[in-house]
Design a protein around this ligand. Structure first.
Ligand SMILES: N[C@@H](CCC(=O)N[C@@H](CS)C(=O)NCC(=O)O)C(=O)O
Length: 208
């Protein structure tokens, strides 16, 4: 049994979607970020950096944080969504998500959505970099069904919940034809629909 420490955010949803995709038994423990529950003494023992997601694999008595590490762990445990013959390409796009998509889009919606007009420099900087990420993803998906060829992998799962926040980014996803095709395809997967709202918060996957 996997225990997922969760809040309905892009990083949290990567793992709930993965757990649904691999059909493993799991339970959700909510860590309410609005109430600063990520900083409780108990949670800091699980992730000393005070961020969700984290998991405990109770069968193995293993605690893990950082969504990329958790995705790799769950893929290896289940033997799913991490094809051996394209392992390094999966790492490439997973690391691209961890190092670019998440941090840049995260900073962008922070400055643009929560802190508008207060730092023109920061707002413009992250907006520009966010557009560049959308363009890069659109370009690669012009010649590839998924991020790594024809296989849906943990790299797609890591990236999808960030693109699902496209409304927050004030970027029109429909301007990116290939990224839209990929987004619609993944949005329709039953495991993605279930994992996106695993805590029954009522939030639906945004449409284009
Ligand atoms: N690199 C981390 C990022 C985790 C992260 O930033 N989580 C956010 C939610 S999406 C969080 O817990 N924020 C609470 C805070 O910063 O206090 C990962 O991929 O797991």
């Amino acid at each position: 049994m996997i225990e997922l420490f969760y809040y309905p955010t892009p990083n949290g949803r990567k793992i709930s979607i993965m757990l649904e995709e691999i059909k493993i038994k799991y339970k959700i423990t909510s860590v309410n970020l609005n109430n600063n529950e990520q900083f409780t003494k108990e949670f800091l023992k699980i992730n000393p950096h005070g961020k969700i997601p984290a998991i405990i694999d109770h069968e193995k008595n293993l605690t893990l944080f950082e969504s990329g590490a958790i995705l790799i762990y769950l893929a290896k445990k289940s033997g799913k969504l991490f094809p051996h013959n394209s392992e390094y390409k999966v790492f490439q796009w997973l690391i691209f998500q961890m190092g670019n998509v998440g941090p840049i889009l995260g900073q962008h919606h922070h400055f643009h959505h929560f802190f508008p007009n207060k730092s023109k420099y920061a707002e413009e900087r992250f907006f520009k970099q966010s557009i560049s990420i959308y363009k890069t993803l659109d370009k690669v998906l012009a010649n590839s069904e998924f991020l790594v060829g024809s296989k849906y992998t943990i790299a797609d799962i890591a990236t999808f919940p960030w693109i699902a926040r496209h409304n927050w980014h004030d970027i029109s996803l429909s301007d990116y034809k290939n990224l839209s095709r990929w987004y619609n395809m993944i949005s329709g997967r039953p495991a993605v629909i279930k994992g996106y709202d695993c805590s029954n918060s009522g939030e639906k996957i945004p449409k284009l």
